[in-house]
Design a protein around this ligand. Structure first.
Ligand code: CMP
Length: 140
């Protein structure tokens, strides 16, 4: 079993897509073991996306991620990181495979509806960024 970190981003929360997106995870074998809705501060968004600092999309990304609430989740399942990335589709919705979340719901490369960890190291860092260990509720 593996864990990954997911964000349902402002564009999706604003369009009432929390349920439909979570359903895609659950029907593909991923279980939600932690979930909360939050509004990111600028400081939190800057820190979370620090690896992109200096890229041309960094400042608009921080503005977008703080523009409305988000839902942060921890997903658990077999090969959760790769499975979630497959369910999401690639970053740019115009290039995402049909049937993926980004192909079906995303508005643009920035407003791309979901985030998912890209490695076990990122997953551990991102989960710890938003959740205390005691907030995780594994199924067993
Ligand atoms: P994600 O991969 O979850 O984390 C980085 C985010 O930056 C990405 O989703 C997009 O929301 C955004 N992003 C990445 N590349 C670009 C780009 N070329 N233009 C605008 N936004 C981008």
């Amino acid at each position: 079993m593996q864990r990954t970190f997911s964000i349902i981003k402002p564009d999706a929360v604003s369009r009432n897509l929390i349920g439909q997106i979570t359903q895609r995870f659950e029907e593909n074998g991923l279980s939600v073991i932690a979930s909360k809705m939050i509004r990111l501060s600028t400081e939190q968004a800057e820190k979370f996306y620090a690896e992109h600092k200096g890229r041309d999309f960094y400042e608009p990304l921080v503005g977008y991620m703080t523009s409305a609430p988000i839902v942060v989740q921890v997903l658990e399942g077999e090969d959760a990181i790769a499975k979630n990335r497959q369910i999401m589709g690639v970053t740019d919705p115009a290039k995402a495979e049909a049937g993926t979340i980004r192909a079906d719901f995303a508005l643009s490369v920035r407003e791309n509806s979901v985030h998912g960890s890209d490695s076990p190291e990122s997953a551990a860092r991102e989960i710890a960024f938003f959740f205390d260990e005691k907030e995780l509720c594994p199924r067993n």
